[in-house]
Design a protein around this ligand. Structure first.
Ligand SMILES: Cc1ncc(COP(=O)(O)O)c(C=O)c1O
Length: 399
């Protein structure tokens, strides 16, 4: 029987990352694929204490709660935002089930079929998936290592009248890119000039490995009316808690609250309460210093292993933070094919192609370095190199 699905799901395909999760379950495969933090670095003991406190404090946390989220947790997030220079009232913060839900709800309340969304290219897969689900016309803007090119952005704003511009300006996924101050200012300036909204997705800014720190778009002059900002506890505490938040112009947040009511009434009361308890006495900054140091070491190891082979085989730009190394192979290798060889060899990564809208760079791949220890990275990279060798040899034999 063919089921009468809505037109919006007709082009819905499973993401390459999701498909790979099946492979990752196989313990023999070392995975550089998922965007996973290291569970060995989660504050598990402190979380256990926090959850115990929740259950000891009576039934309230097991009850339905407000759609906007727990007000104490929202006040705490208000302080976190203030430290980043983002001034907002706690009433203007909506707690979401991960920042993924914030992206999805925002898309839901803004995109009518055929509306244009401007994006960086390549872009975060699950955001693309959400925009496509709402039948957006997703248009990539040309970028370099400093961010979107203002001329191309302006032309596309004029040509397409986008509903919003989706960006991850601080340690992007998949490229780990950090936008320069000039490009941030140019984006905001164009948004003001043409009255366009910016959706700033910021899950990674706490994972910074150099002194260079850029102001969030939401903290810049003129942001109040034009920038909607989302972030998450997924990368700083643990993703399984599924707690993120979004803030921006009041009217937008209020509309999203209504959309969230229809979607799930509210995010888990238990998780919100536990996070609140955790963050009350947990030295978050100390914890962040620890994970930053560890992840930076892993990034360094992975890069050393890449530079230890044939000098011009790989190209990459050293990320200044985040979780990913974006690599191009300077040979005619399709990384989707390479993935099959790599998995057979006991290592997984995400091919770059699915992250692109339009022309795809098929020789690219995304490597996650935060989930594996340096020893495991060494073994995994060895496996990856030998998969590449096998592919290069088989191509040479064909010729
Ligand atoms: C750019 C980006 N945005 C949003 C998310 C969603 O994170 P979460 O829903 O866990 O907060 C991710 C997760 O990897 C991401 O990479």
């Amino acid at each position: 029987m063919s089921y009468p699905f809505a037109t919006r799901v007709q082009n819905l395909t499973s993401s390459a990352v999701r498909d790979l999760l099946g492979v990752i379950q196989n313990e023999d495969v070392i995975s550089f694929a998922g965007g996973l933090p290291d569970e060995g670095l989660f504050p598990s003991y402190e979380l256990e204490q926090a959850y115990e406190k929740v259950f000891r404090s009576g039934g309230k946390s097991l009850q339905y709660g407000p759609t906007e989220g727990d007000s104490q947790l929202r006040m705490l997030i208000q302080d976190v935002l203030k430290e980043k220079g983002i001034h907002t009232a706690h009433e203007n913060i909506l707690i979401t089930t991960g920042s993924q839900q914030a992206i999805d709800l925002f898309a839901k309340v803004f995109i009518s079929p055929g509306d244009t969304v401007l994006i960086e290219n390549p872009a975060y897969l699950a955001a693309l998936q959400s925009f496509h689900l709402y039948e957006a016309n997703v248009i990539p803007v040309q970028s370099d290592s400093n961010g979107m090119l203002p001329d191309d952005l302006e032309q596309k704003i004029i040509a397409f009248h986008p509903k919003f511009i989706y960006v991850v300006p601080t340690f992007s996924n998949p490229q780990g890119k950090l936008w320069s101050k000039e490009r941030r200012e140019a984006l905001l300036h164009l948004a003001e000039t043409y009255n366009v909204l910016i959706f700033e997705d910021d899950p990674y800014s706490a994972l910074r490995y150099t002194e260079e720190e850029q102001l969030s778009l939401a903290a810049m002059d003129g942001a109040e009316k034009h920038v909607v900002y989302t972030s998450t506890f997924s990368k700083t505490v643990a993703p399984g808690i599924r707690t993120g938040w979004i803030t921006g112009p009041g009217e937008i947040i209020r509309t999203m609250v209504l959309a969230k009511q229809a979607a799930d009434l509210h995010s888990s009361s238990i998780d919100q309460q536990a996070l609140y308890y955790l963050l009350q006495d947990f030295p978050l900054q100390q914890h962040l210093s620890k994970i930053r140091k560890e992840y930076h070491g892993r990034l360094h190891s992975m890069q050393q292993l890449l530079s230890g082979v044939d000098q011009d085989l790989f190209h990459w730009e050293e990320p200044k933070g985040g979780m990913f190394l974006w690599v191009s192979i300077n040979r005619p290798i399709d990384t989707v094919q390479l993935l099959k060889e790599a998995v057979a060899n006991g290592v997984a990564f995400v091919p770059g192609a699915p992250f692109f809208v339009g022309k795809r760079e098929t020789n690219t791949l995304r490597l996650n370095y935060t989930h594996s220890t340096e020893e495991v990275i060494k073994i995994g990279m060895g496996r990856l190199m030998s998969a590449i060798d096998t592919m290069l040899e088989s191509k040479a034999n064909v010729r």
